[in-house]
Design a protein around this ligand. Structure first.
Ligand code: AMP
Ligand code: TRP
Length: 345
């Protein structure tokens, strides 16, 4: 059987989304809607791997959904939903907890970063998080996963899990009519946004992240024009003027990041930006960068704000998306249960 191409991706509803999420993943999500069946998830089960205030979590789920829609996800054409409304995610994650090996998870760098020194005190969920991510994708037998660069290792793990499941249950998979023995496709990462790794505005060697304690390190999709301009103005730079070619950005992580962001926002190449700004001081360049960021983000921010005034509509969209997601995942889960050897009604 040839498996149909299907896109799945998600973001965590912890705080608001930032420019890294937008340039690294979301632009790609929007584009893929034109060519593929797409399923976009607000991964609330992932969010509670670190404690969340329940009211804040509910608000973040709506906020991230509003940002998805305001940025251009079309809930008619694609499926937009929140993870906890579709039971297949948690069910398949449990089965994958029993497929994945401890040694595989021990190698995950994101767990090491997030757990920090106090590893003994991290939740078991934070450790098993990549298994849930594999379940998210494979509950729909999705084939393509658009993400930023930092999710590469988790996707390799999802492929390993799919492969091991296919091997471990080969007999049952063939008996269920999958003659080639492939039940789960090996999902392909799509890491091709205009800026797959946007760095912090305060430190060009650290990724822009929701969890950075300094709000000056990132541009949030909820920031107003004034805040964006202030953050860009305060962004760390070096004393040299901008180079006139990309090669001149080597060893200058802050300059490279700002030029990369500007290029991505304007849909230009880095070389084209530098041919215009080569030799310029950062003060001039930052002004242009702030303008580009505001021009791109302000319409998204105001549309998301408008949607947040009407939570019932957001919740209706999530419920509708969840029902459609469930309709795809339920028959796949039923087959998984047969293959594993459970008895179902
Ligand atoms: P998260 O904020 O961790 O839920 O990430 C959601 C998506 O945004 C994932 O596909 C990440 O890879 C992507 N992403 C997060 N931070 C960045 C960044 N600084 N640069 C590029 N992509 C990012
Ligand atoms: N782990 C991803 C992140 O932190 C979010 C995520 C959860 C995801 N499940 C997914 C991304 C499935 C792609 C596919 O960014």
């Amino acid at each position: 059987m040839t498996i149909k191409e299907r896109v799945f991706s998600g973001m965590q509803p912890t705080g608001s989304l930032h420019l890294g999420n937008y340039l690294g993943a979301m632009l790609q999500w929007i584009k893929l809607q034109e060519t593929h069946e797409c399923i976009y998830c607000v991964v609330d089960l992932h969010a509670i791997t670190v404690w969340q205030d329940p009211e804040e979590l509910r608000r973040s789920i709506r906020q991230v959904t509003a940002a998805y829609l305001a940025a251009g996800l079309d809930p008619q054409r694609s499926i937009v939903f929140n993870q906890s409304q579709v039971s297949a995610h948690a069910e398949l994650a449990w089965i994958f907890n029993c497929v994945a090996r401890l040694g595989w998870l021990n190698r995950m760098t994101q767990f090491k970063e997030k757990a920090g020194k106090d590893r003994e005190n991290a939740s078991v969920g934070l450790f098993a998080y990549p298994n849930l991510m594999a379940a998210d994708i494979l509950a729909y037998r999705a084939t393509h996963v658009p993400v930023g660069d930092d999710q590469k290792q988790h996707l390799e793990l999802a492929r390993d899990i799919a492969q091991k499941f296919n091997n471990d249950f080969k007999g049952g998979i063939e008996r269920a009519g999958h003659a080639d023995g492939v039940f789960f496709p090996l999902p392909e990462p799509v890491i091709t946004g205009p800026a797959t790794r946007v760095m912090s505005l305060r430190d060009g060697t650290k990724k822009m992240s929701k969890s950075d304690p300094s709000d000056l390190s990132r541009i949030n999709l909820t920031d107003n024009a004034e805040t964006i301009a202030r953050k860009v103005q305060k962004a760390k730079t070096d004393p040299e003027p901008l180079p006139s070619e990309a090669a001149g950005l080597k060893g200058r992580p802050e300059a490279e990041n700002l030029v990369g962001i500007y290029a991505a926002l304007n849909g230009q190449s880095v070389d084209a930006v530098l041919s215009e700004y080569g030799g310029a001081q950062f003060s001039a360049f930052k002004k242009a960068l702030a303008e580009a960021a505001v021009a791109r983000l302000a319409p998204i921010t105001s549309e998301a704000e408008r949607m947040m005034q009407d939570p019932a509509t957001i919740e209706r969209i999530l419920a509708d998306g969840s029902a459609r997601a469930h309709a795809i995942a339920a028959p796949i889960m039923a087959e998984v249960k047969d293959i594993v050897g459970f008895i179902r009604s």
